[in-house]
Design a protein around this ligand. Structure first.
Ligand code: FES
Length: 135
């Protein structure tokens, strides 16, 4: 069902677990199957994603896609990372079975949610600084 590359990554996925010091966390659910994905990003002051990890209650395709996606976005600026297309993940993996393609979309959606969370936190911080008069 899965090709060798997918199986290899599934047996040794990268960036699994919570990320200490993450300043953006996105949680999304897959309507098709009910599985959940949580993506953590650490963004520096230049808006570069310096680290990314994930946790998922999902299938092998979701785990493998998230592993690849976190590797692809690390070291990229947010704007660049958001351009990540699902097809790039599928190409890297050499494809997924048709009925598993929806699983790979979770990673991109979780990234978008994590960036949203990051932006919300930054806004909140800026507001707090303005209130206290600090810059
Ligand atoms: Fe739910 Fe793959 S079947 S993420």
């Amino acid at each position: 069902m899965y090709n060798d590359k997918v199986m290899e990554i599934f047996q040794n996925p990268k960036n699994v677990g919570e990320l200490k010091g993450a300043n953006g966390i996105g949680t999304v659910g897959n309507e098709a199957c009910g599985d959940i994905m949580k993506l953590y990003i650490k963004v520096d002051k230049n808006e570069v994603i310096t680290n990314a990890t994930f946790k998922t209650f999902g299938c092998a395709a979701a785990i493998v896609s998230s592993s690849v996606a976190t590797e692809m976005i690390k070291g990229k600026k947010i704007e660049e990372a958001l351009k990540l297309e699902n097809q790039q993940i599928l190409d890297y993996l050499g494809g997924l079975p048709d009925n598993k393609i929806h699983c790979s979309i979770l990673a991109k959606e979780a990234l978008e949610a994590a960036v949203k969370d990051y932006r919300k936190r930054i806004k909140k911080q800026q507001k707090a600084k303005t209130k206290t008069g600090k810059n």
